[in-house]
Design a protein. Structure first.
Length: 273
C-alpha cells in the first residue's frame, strides 16, 4: 500500500508535463482566496456592533428682519383756501394828468443857501440843509378823488430825515405822507404851521434805508379816506374829512446834522370812478 507521501509526489510528477493546468489551478485558488476574504469581511461587518451616532443639536430659528415694516397711510389734510385779496385801489379810471418834469413853470422853484427846488433832466430835485423843511407845489391843479403815483429817488438821507408826497394842498393846509430814512412811514395834517399826526410811524420794507434808493409812492384818496401804497403794496389808510380837495406837492426835511436831497419823477394821476 502506497503512502500519502508517495501519492502526493506522483501527483506532482503528473502535473509537471501539464503547465496550463497548473496555471489554471493557481488562478482558481487565488480567486477562491479573494472570495473567501471578502465574504469574511462582509460577515464581520454584519455581525459588528453598531456605534451609536451622537444626536446633532437643531439650531434655533433666526428671526427674519423686516426692513420695510408696514406703516399707516397718512391722511392728507385739507387746506383752507384764502379768500380773494380785496381790491385796495378800486375804481381806477382814466389818466387825469402825467408830468415828466420837463416844464419848469408847473412847480414852485427856488434856490437859497439853506434849500433849493430845481427841475433838471426831467426830475424835480429838492435839497434842504440841516434843520430845514423844503416843499414845492404843482401849479393850476385841483383834485378831489384820485389815485396819484410818483417816483422818489433818494440821493442823500439818513436817520430821521424824511421826504414824501403832499395831497389836497393849498398855501396853508395839506396832508403829508412822509417816508423816513429810518424805514418808517406816517401821515400828518398841517394847518397854518400846526402839525397833527394822523398815523404814527409804521415800519415798511419798501422804504429804502437811506441813500441811494428809490421808491414808488402812491396815494388813493376818495372822500375822507386816504390809502398809502409803496411800490404798489398797500401800507395803511386813514379817514380824515377836513380837506376834500387841492393840489399835489412834494417835500424834503433834514432832521439831522447833514443835508437831505431827494429827486422826484414820473407823476401820474388817475381818476377814481
Amino acid at each position: 500500500m502506497k503512502t500519502c507521501h508517495q501519492t502526493y509526489m506522483m501527483f506532482l510528477m503528473s502535473l509537471r508535463n501539464r503547465p496550463q493546468l497548473i496555471r489554471r489551478i493557481f488562478q482558481c485558488t487565488a480567486l477562491a482566496t479573494v472570495l473567501l476574504l471578502t465574504s469574511c469581511a462582509a460577515l464581520d461587518a454584519i455581525n459588528a456592533t453598531p456605534i451609536p451616532t451622537p444626536p446633532t443639536e437643531t439650531p434655533l430659528p433666526t428671526p427674519t428682519i423686516n426692513w420695510f415694516p408696514a406703516t399707516a397711510t397718512p391722511t392728507l389734510g385739507v387746506f383752507s383756501t384764502n379768500p380773494p385779496t380785496q381790491e385796495l385801489r378800486p375804481g381806477l379810471g382814466e389818466v387825469l394828468l402825467t408830468d415828466d418834469f420837463s416844464d419848469t413853470s408847473l412847480w414852485d422853484l427856488a434856490v437859497s443857501d439853506e434849500a433849493s427846488a430845481a427841475i433838471e433832466n426831467n426830475r424835480l430835485t429838492l435839497a434842504a440843509q440841516s434843520g430845514v423843511y423844503m416843499f414845492s407845489f404843482r401849479h393850476d391843479t385841483f383834485l378831489n378823488d384820485y389815485y396819484a403815483e410818483i417816483t422818489a429817488q433818494i440821493n442823500l438821507c439818513r436817520g430821521n430825515d424824511d421826504y414824501g408826497l403832499l395831497i389836497r394842498a393849498n398855501a396853508v393846509t395839506y396832508y403829508r405822507f412822509a417816508l423816513s430814512c429810518n424805514g418808517t412811514a406816517r401821515i400828518d395834517r398841517l394847518s397854518n404851521g400846526t402839525r397833527l399826526n394822523l398815523q404814527s410811524p409804521l415800519p415798511s420794507g419798501d422804504i429804502p434805508p437811506g441813500a441811494p434808493g428809490e421808491v414808488r409812492i402812491g396815494v388813493w384818496a376818495v372822500g375822507p379816506e386816504m390809502r398809502l401804497f409803496l411800490n404798489g403794496r398797500y401800507q395803511f389808510s386813514i379817514s380824515e374829512p377836513s380837506y376834500p380837495g387841492g393840489t399835489i406837492g412834494v417835500f424834503v426835511n433834514s432832521a439831522g446834522d447833514t443835508a437831505t436831497i431827494v429827486s422826484f419823477a414820473n407823476l401820474i394821476v388817475q381818476s377814481v370812478e
